[in-house]
Design a protein around this ligand. Structure first.
Ligand SMILES: Nc1ncnc2c1ncn2[C@@H]1O[C@H](COP(=O)(O)OP(=O)(O)OP(=O)(O)O)[C@@H](O)[C@H]1O
Ligand SMILES: [Mg+2]
Length: 290
């Protein structure tokens, strides 16, 4: 197997009696967009700080591209990050900040920086201190992205971005992944990772409770289908995967779990006038783990 972009084994962090992270095993491949989900206090930022070697683990190990994260000089050449609480020099302008952070990372394509500034609609001439939270967040994002690092560690990167900018961030992130960059991002907003991520890990009180491809996660769960019919409503209870059949005005409402093929075959022979499906949101899926 190719060297994973990120690998952790038994990664654990205790703060006194607080278990911030317990026995985390993760393998994230290059080019993957991985969403790290959990409510406040679950241990997301702790994990990212451990990967950055800002914190020392209580036990366990973490590697980025096969290099132990404690080898800071080697690892940091490969990573870009945005902390959860963006702290920048208030007196510098956006442009000065990007220049300074770009020089630290050593290899910035100025045309690419300019493209990111345009796409995220950042005004680089303004001093950071005068920027709103969302605009400061954009400076931090451009700073992390501008050197096209192999691995991006982003702690709630879209907190503070408006929906349009969030969409643009997602497009930028997809472009990065398409180039082979790996993105590890934390979130407690499920909708945003639902569109973006290939897989998600769900963290609860320091414990990883599930890692799943989003498609698999959805397949485990149920889609509600409402069918309006012109005429007789037949029984559906014999269709594989179908449950909770309920008559409604002009049709039927039912749940289907697993592949919808058998239901679709049945429907194909009926005078269906309207079909409405409700996918469970990640929120609903997520809540079933609690
Ligand atoms: N420096 C620290 N000292 C003591 N406890 C800490 C420290 N940093 C984090 N913790 C605790 O570790 C746990 C995990 O915190 P962490 O910041 O990783 O959560 P999070 O998932 O990032 O939450 P949020 O969504 O609020 O950002 C919490 O119980 C927190 O109080
Ligand atoms: Mg956090």
């Amino acid at each position: 197997m190719a060297t994973p972009a990120i690998r952790t084994r038994g990664l654990t962090k205790h703060f006194g009696r607080t278990v911030a992270l317990e026995d985390l095993d993760l393998d994230i491949r290059s080019g993957e967009i991985f969403g790290f989900l959990g409510p406040n206090g679950a241990g997301k930022s702790t994990t990212i700080r451990l990967l950055l070697s800002f914190l020392r683990p209580t036990r366990g190990s973490a590697e980025i591209l096969g290099v132990p994260v404690s080898d800071v000089a080697r690892v940091h050449r490969h990573i870009g990050y945005v902390p959860g609480d963006v702290a920048l020099w208030p007196q510098l302008t956006g442009a000065e900040t990007l220049h300074l952070l770009g020089r630290l990372s050593g290899r910035v394509d100025l045309a690419f920086r300019e493209e990111l500034v345009q796409r995220l609609q950042l005004d680089p001439s303004r001093r950071v201190r005068t920027l709103s939270r969302g605009n400061r967040q954009k400076v931090a994002l451009v700073a992390a992205l501008q050197s096209r690092p192999d691995v991006l560690l982003l702690d709630e990167p879209t907190a503070g971005l408006d929906p349009l900018m969030e969409e643009e961030f997602q497009a930028v992130a997809r472009d990065a992944a398409a180039r082979g960059q790996t993105i590890f991002l934390s979130s407690h907003i499920l909708d945003e990772v639902e569109d973006l991520c290939d897989r998600v890990g769900i963290l609860r009180a320091g414990h990883l409770v599930e890692v799943a491809a989003l498609d698999d996660l959805r397949a485990l769960h149920t889609t509600v289908v409402e069918v309006q019919l012109d005429g007789e409503v037949p029984a559906f209870t014999d269709v594989p995967g179908v449950t909770d059949v309920e008559r409604v005005d002009g049709g039927v409402r039912l749940s289907v779990t697993g592949p919808p093929g058998p239901l679709l075959e049945r429907l194909a022979h009926l005078p269906v006038t309207r079909l409405r499906t409700e996918e469970p949101s990640l929120e609903e899926i997520f809540l079933t783990y609690y």
